[in-house]
Ligand binder design. Structure first.
Ligand code: DGY
Length: 323
């Protein structure tokens, strides 16, 4: 069996695949595969372990309908046309749960960093601007007892809410299609309509998948409904916020600050004005970038490959109806 891996992944996952005796081709160059390279390698494989920015769209599945499984090294699956994969009968694996703590921690980090303008102060020192003490300059905003609004209270959102409740005694509200009974019971979380969440939250943290529904949902109209003291935190996908509208909302004081682990596009241009704003913290999509988490993701992704090649049920599958 031939397995194509589109980036170097942790040994922990590779070892599992090697033990099965698969012929592994791993793309180790530190550049994105071209579409042609991606297709050529995928055509020669029985399974692919997909990470990076290459998209598996309808045209891809038409040409690679022979694949037994596509295993993602991510919980998000917006780079895959799930309808086309399902039509081709190909199971799509992903890596939920194992990265919830690390990703929630990134949201928590961005919330505190933004509230205290930590990245701005760091840049000030690096630029040689640690000058005399000014009691009224560079001030942050308090988080104790504030209201956290979670958009998409799944596993990652739950962990973020737990951290905010534990550290700052924050009041938790959330917007989901259904109720999250665990969050309601354990954290006293309250489900509200989106407009109420926008109006009531001091911090909004986004944890939904990128979909037609969520694409651009944080636009000028949404920012206008938020408190002027609010922080906007996005660790999900850059396409969920409209970057131009966010910039205007921050410049005009429509909202107070933003913490982004995801941007649109990625990588963010180094001259992007958001990088020079006091109340903005940007990270390069490092939500799951913890050694233990990346090992666990590699293991789960490898298990999805193995199950797919054996014709078994994937441990974590996005389109279980094909199994
Ligand atoms: C995920 O797992 O979806 C992360 O955001 C990496 O893409």
């Amino acid at each position: 069996m031939n397995v194509f891996i589109t980036r170097e992944i942790p040994r922990a996952g590779l070892e599992l695949l090697e033990k099965e005796g698969y012929n592994i081709v791993q793309w180790v160059e530190k550049r994105e595969l071209t579409e042609e390279e991606f297709l050529t390698h995928s055509k020669a494989a029985n399974a692919i372990l997909l990470t990076g920015r290459r998209k598996a769209d309808a045209a891809f599945f038409e040409q690679c309908s022979h694949l037994k499984v596509v295993s993602l090294f991510s919980v998000g699956y917006d780079n895959v046309d799930i309808t086309a994969a399902t039509k081709a009968g190909i199971p799509i694996g992903n890596t939920p749960d194992v990265l919830s703590n690390a990703t929630a921690e990134t949201a928590f980090l961005l919330m505190i960093a933004t509230a205290r303008k930590a990245f701005y102060h760091h840049k000030r020192i690096a630029a040689g601007n640690w000058d005399f003490f000014e009691p009224t300059a560079g001030l942050g905003t308090d988080l104790f007892g504030k209201t956290l609004g979670i958009v998409g209270l799944g596993n990652i959102g739950f962990e973020m809410a737990k951290m905010c409740k534990g550290a700052y005694g924050m009041n938790i509200i959330y917007h989901n299609r259904g109720h999250n009974k665990q969050a309601e019971a354990e954290l006293g979380a309250k489900r509200v309509e989106l407009d109420d969440l926008l109006a009531q939250s001091d911090v909004i943290s986004v944890h939904v998948n990128l979909s037609d529904e969520s694409k651009g949902m944080f636009n000028a109209a949404a920012f206008a409904k938020m408190k002027s003291g609010a922080l906007f935190i996005n660790t999900a996908r850059g396409g969920i916020h409209n970057e131009a509208d966010l910039k205007v909302a921050l410049e005009n004081g429509t909202i107070w600050g933003a913490g982004l682990d995801v941007t649109n596009p990625e990588p963010m241009d180094k001259n992007n004005p958001l990088l020079n704003m006091e109340n903005v913290s940007v990270l390069p999509h490092i939500g799951s970038a913890v050694k233990e988490t990346r090992d666990a993701m590699a293991i789960l992704a490898a298990k999805n490959v193995i199950a797919g090649l054996k014709g078994e049920k994937l441990p974590a599958c996005v389109n279980p109806k094909v199994q």
